[in-house]
Every structure is written in structure tokens, then in C-alpha cells.
Design a protein around this ligand. Structure first.
Ligand SMILES: [Zn+2]
Length: 174
């Protein structure tokens, strides 16, 4: 069985600011590269799952989203990490099966070691709906009923995994 590390994008891979559709609004949380690598070495597959209603709202195009995703995928690749990106472009009111907190984007055969890392309660709810046991929230302010662990920041998770020193020593390619 393949173990999966599901990552929310905004707030986990990059800073959470509203409607990130272009590179100018994409600011890395580089800690996630170290975290992803740690799990890749433990045979996890990395899957990004992101709600992108900004597309249907017309804030940015599907092409903008592809361009940004290709950039992000390439940065991970340069650091020897293969990722898959899944997204839903629809408005919340359409209640699309693929839009979090629905489970369309995480509808894989479940492994008990699967992990979901997100910065919002909606991510934790998605993970719960998808029967993922390891639901890790990284947020300074968000509280959660559904998270199995809460970290104030990426650094806290790095420290718990014992890879903070590794993060400091890494030379990231981007
Ligand atoms: Zn959708």
C-alpha cells in the first residue's frame, strides 16, 4: 500500500494570503521541502490538494494556476521530491465532490499511515471525512476539533520530527 502525505497548499507550502494565482503572490515556507523529503525517504507519495475557487471567481485563470503549479512542481523536483497536484476550481456553492471538505481529492485507497497537513479546520475535516488518522494542523491562530495534532508553526513540526537542524543546513534550490 502506498503511504500518502497530503499537503494543503496555501499556508503550508506557501504563505496563506488570499487568492494566490501568480508567482508574485507565492512566498515559500521552505520548511515544507525538508518535511516532504523526510516523508519521501519513508516511501510516502506527496500529493498537494488545494481548493482554487479563485479560478471560477475569475481572479486568475486555469492557465495561471497551471503555470504556478509547474513552477512549484519544479522546485520540489530540483530538491529530489516528486509531487502530484490536485485542485478544484469550483465555487463553494456548487458543492463539488472534489472541493474540500468533500473527499474527492483524497479519494485513494487508505493506508493507516496516511497524513494530512493543513492550516485550516476545513483541511482537518476533509482528512477526517476521508478516514485519515494523522491530521496535523499548522497554525498560529486556528483552533480545531478535528486535528489529531496542532503545531503553532512549521518549526514546531520540524523539531518534533527531529529535522530542524537538517532544515537549517539545507541549501534549497529554487
Ligand atoms: Zn470541483
Amino acid at each position: 500500500m502506498t503511504k500518502k502525505l497530503y499537503l494543503d497548499r496555501d499556508g503550508i507550502i506557501n504563505e496563506h494570503i488570499p487568492y494566490v494565482g501568480t508567482l508574485e503572490r507565492f512566498f515559500w515556507h521552505f520548511e515544507i521541502i525538508t518535511i516532504a523529503k523526510y516523508f519521501v525517504e519513508k516511501n510516502y507519495k506527496v500529493i498537494v490538494v488545494t481548493n482554487q475557487s479563485g479560478i471560477e471567481r475569475g481572479y486568475y485563470s486555469l492557465f495561471d494556476f497551471y503555470k504556478l503549479s509547474r513552477y512549484m512542481i519544479n522546485v520540489f523536483l530540483k530538491n529530489d521530491i516528486e509531487i502530484e497536484v490536485r485542485a478544484c476550481p469550483h465555487l463553494p456553492e456548487k458543492n463539488c465532490f472534489y472541493r474540500k471538505p468533500n473527499i474527492g481529492m483524497i479519494n485513494d485507497i487508505r493506508d493507516k499511515e496516511d497524513i494530512f497537513i493543513g492550516d485550516k479546520e476545513i483541511d482537518m475535516l476533509t482528512a477526517k471525512n476521508g478516514n485519515i488518522k494523522k491530521r496535523w494542523l499548522i497554525s498560529k491562530k486556528e483552533t480545531s476539533k478535528h486535528a489529531s495534532k496542532i503545531y503553532k508553526c512549521h518549526k514546531e513540526l520540524l523539531l518534533e520530527l527531529g529535522i530542524y537542524e537538517k532544515f537549517l543546513k539545507n541549501n534549497y534550490i529554487y
